[in-house]
Design a protein around this ligand. Sequence first.
Ligand SMILES: *Cc1c(COP(=O)(O)O)cnc(C)c1O
Length: 455
Amino acid sequence: MTHFISGRTPTTNAEAFERALVVTPGGVNSPVRAFRSVGGTPVFLASGHGPYVTDVEGTEYVDLVGQWGPALLGHAHPDVIAAAHAAVDRGLGFGAASTGEVELAELVLDRLTLTPADGPERRGIEKLRLVSTGTEATMTAIRLARGATGRPLLVKFAGHYHGHSDSLLSEAGSGIATLGIPGSAGITPETAAQTIVIPYNDEDALAEVFAAHGDRIAAVITEAAAANMGVVPPKPGFNRLLADTAHAHGALLIADEVMTGFRSTAAGWWGLEEAEGTPYDADLTTFGKIIGGGLPLAGLGGRAEILDLLAPLGPVYQAGTLSGNPVAVATGAAMLRGAGPEVYEHLPRVARTIADGLSSALSAEGVAHTVAWAGSQFSIFFRDTAPQNYAEAQAQDTWRFGPFFHAMLEHGVSLPPSVYEAWFVSAAHDDAAVERVLAAATPAARAAAAATPAL
Ligand SMILES: *Cc1c(COP(=O)(O)O)cnc(C)c1O
């Protein structure tokens, strides 16, 4: 019989990965972490502070993954950690209602309420139900949409990622895009047939799908701005067209703000489009990542009459042993309280400096590329023009990314290990951190220039 307990924590990335491969599929607990698309041994992280993370070997990196979003204020922000400690000291969870859940919901609803000087109050959501992951939030949003409309079909966009529930993996972004697979095994044809996938930013495809199936469509689900196939923002007014088209046919719009929520602006992507004069009315909005401040927490919000269809008031069932966990809601609330206007001014500035520096270095080495933007989020595509949909996002020199990624890593910068992921900056990315990223730009650009496509 094999005994795994050696009593010793791995001290190198190689040893950690070797041991992980024995006990965990692919050595990781979420696929993109495995470095499959960039090659090499994944880095096992031991700690993070501000804009930096440190691996088990003691090597420090400027971090542009940001926990895939939650690290809005940087790693281990003192106020967030203090809130977590205080909550932990009161107990880890009760499986009963607790006041932190109310406070977090109030914070979120406040952020999603805008009072323009020259118009009526605008509310992005009226009620919020807390769950533990973005996957649960979107899964529940779909069930609610079906419950509210009594209709079966769901429309999603190719390249959009909404978590890993059965109905949402067809032609999805994130890990599905990274691994270059069309979807997932283990999903019944009956389930897959309930999801219609159309190209993003395509008004004609949208009109056609509603002309053909309009009275059977429960909802359109969209990333408020797509950022799981690289960053591909909606065309101006596209979200409004989605809302109007859905509503004209008695269907709902689900805006997935799991990534953009509390990042694009204090009020997420919804707030950005309100400010830019292209407001849209989503019926349901999903949140994750930042809302938990780094702990497992997510939520779905929307119009009260729809949210009230959830149990215990209504017939749509949803529940969770760990939902609204008191430590997670305290951490999330501390993060939201800590993210004032200065944070939302800092993020685009620092993102712009990093992107410009990398872009100049790539240009100097003659590497065809473009930087795509959605608010303060960006990603680099190895093609000349910014893509508008998944097919265009895939039509790039993806083989340049692996060498680029590894050169950055060697020079102390940790990027998302996939060409299809957005890069995350934080309020903690100061001049020193940015300088370290820019110092890595030229070697990384040279590595990208020297790359050759796999045969
Ligand atoms: C990350 C993400 C999800 C899934 O959230 P998990 O917490 O990983 O389940 C859903 N939608 C979008 C837009 C995301 O970026």
